[in-house]
Design a protein around this ligand. Structure first.
Ligand code: FAD
Length: 472
């Protein structure tokens, strides 16, 4: 049910009449598409979807919503599975019309509007032989991914996405439009880099770009589960063999042509094919069932997961961490747990569980308190994206998924290995665990400063749908 009256809808339209913004209500053409999200569980019947075209439009909507006490959310790329970018009855500030990207090749910067997806950035940058540290699936939003930290294949060389963020234009809770950078509103800039969703609407990001003229080696391999021991042995040497220009995602899924889960391995090497072949030889020589690897453009690399990460179905994302070396018996146990899930429930084989081996050297060079992101440590993210179709399984799938991630966290992550790694980082990537964690688990020692800044920038806690920093 809409929380806006007919006259409020008219007032909102009137306020935006001279702008390029569109106000969509449930009877408008395009409304159904405007509330669609990556996960069907996040599709909610908004009272109004305002497709804004500028920071000024955003400011108008924020002021209107606050004055009329109507809850609102911000929709970037729409990939969060917690419902953080959708609302039942309230207003969606939709950034989907704000996807412009401007590359400055001489300054090596990329200016990106707040509603862009990574495909927009990858393609614009590639035209100049440049690349940004963005996501590994190119239809995710620049907005949500960046504001929570941001990991991509280039992280091993250049750090997190936020470590390459130079400035941001932000609409705050009072509707004011400000710039945040190391020199302008530095406190806000600190908060934006890890917990940005809680501080306003970012309408423009400026990123540092990196030279990427040559193609990279990458793609996906499937292996039979009998190869677990050999693959784990290969992974366990990763910290000796990698220099920052390599990455490996290792996990489980059940493709439609298999009756049991396979091991899925995504590989990345930023260098010549001969070097990549030598690096991955121990893996390739195990005889994959499917081998889609080869030399491809960097922007193409970020499309190889798109098929498996398609829209449709009910989904949940959850995260954990692991420390190398992995124990092969434990990995077998997780494979068995995953197999049990896909055998027990109908139509869940497209689910994916993966260990993301992206070198952390550059990530931990930045001190834990230099940005609000507290996930900097000598460990690796684990991500699971469960997918199902039957709405009656919503609770059960989330429960099963959380149990599996907790097990990994406790038995193979910093919780087990303790000491040094634990002191460095929380072991929980905010963007992978939106629903099943508390703010203290995600922001650790950075939480008190975040809460103080929150009281300064958003005292009424208007932006609270993503890891609420000030729960009542
Ligand atoms: P949305 O649902 O639109 O937004 C998520 C949150 O951010 C919401 O609270 C929303 O209000 C807020 N938000 C979005 N844009 C803005 C903005 N401009 N200003 C203020 N708030 C905003 N993460 C990685 O780091 N690396 C990866 O390689 C990666 N791959 C992924 C692949 C898939 C298939 C999926 C589903 C997720 C992946 N993630 C990855 C996690 C991803 O970072 C989060 O899902 C993130 O929330 C997506 O942002 P979005 O803008 O698409 O989503």
């Amino acid at each position: 049910m809409s929380l806006l009256s007919a006259s409020q809808n008219e007032e909102l339209k009137e306020l935006l009449r001279s702008t390029g913004a569109a106000v969509l209500t449930p009877d408008s053409a395009g409304y159904a598409d405007s509330i669609r999200r990556w996960s069907d569980t996040s599709e909610k019947k908004a009272g109004a979807v305002v497709q804004v075209t500028s920071a000024e439009d955003v400011s108008t909507v924020v002021k209107f919503a606050v004055a009329n006490k109507i809850p609102f959310v911000v929709h970037g790329g729409g990939h969060s599975t917690s419902g953080a970018s959708s609302t039942e009855g309230g207003i969606v500030i939709s950034l989907v019309k704000m996807r412009r990207v401007l590359v400055d090749p001489s300054a090596k910067t990329i200016t990106v509007e707040g509603g862009a997806i990574w495909e927009d950035v990858d393609e614009a940058a590639a035209k100049h032989g440049l690349a940004a540290v963005g996501g590994t699936v190119n239809h995710t939003g620049v907005g949500g991914l960046t504001l929570g930290g941001g990991y991509g294949w280039l992280t091993g060389r250049y750090g997190l996405t936020i470590d390459n963020l130079l400035s941001a234009k932000v609409v705050l809770a009072d509707g004011s439009i400000v710039t945040a950078s190391e020199t302008q509103n530095p406190d806000l800039f600190w908060a934006l880099r890890g917990a940005g969703q809680n501080f306003g609407v970012v309408t423009e990001f400026v990123f540092r770009a990196h030279e990427q003229k040559e193609p990279v080696y990458g793609g996906i391999l499937f292996f039979d589960s009998e190869k677990i021991a050999e693959i784990v042995a290969f992974l366990n040497r990763f910290e000796e063999t990698s220099n920052g220009d390599q990455g490996i995602f290792f996990g489980f899924t059940r493709p439609p042509f298999m009756d049991k889960p396979v091991i899925v391995v995504a590989v990345y090497y930023n260098g010549p094919q001969t070097d990549a072949d030598a690096f991955f030889k121990p893996l390739i020589s195990l005889g994959p069932l499917v081998d889609n690897t080869g030399m491809i453009a960097y922007e193409e690399l970020n499309t190889v997961f798109n098929g498996g990460a398609s829209y449709g179905g009910r989904k949940s994302f959850s995260g954990a961490n692991v420390v190398l070396p992995l124990d092969v018996d434990f990995v077998r146990e997780i494979y068995d747990d995953f197999t049990k899930v896909v055998q027990t429930y109908e139509n869940v084989g497209e689910s994916l569980l993966q260990f993301e081996f992206i070198p952390y050297k550059e990530v931990v060079k930045v001190p834990q308190d230099a940005t609000s992101c507290a996930n900097r440590g000598r460990y690796y993210n684990v991500a699971s994206a469960f997918r199902w179709y039957d709405p009656s399984l919503d609770r059960e799938m989330r429960k099963v998924q959380k149990a599996m991630m907790t097990k990994i966290q406790q038995r193979a992550g910093i919780a087990k290995h303790g000491t040094e790694a634990k002191e460095e980082g929380v072991g929980m990537y905010a963007n992978y665990s939106e629903t099943d964690t508390r703010a203290s688990e995600v922001f650790g020692a950075n939480l008190p400063r975040l809460q103080a800044l929150k009281k300064q920038y958003d005292p009424n806690n208007i932006f609270k749908k993503w890891h609420n920093l000030l729960p009542e």
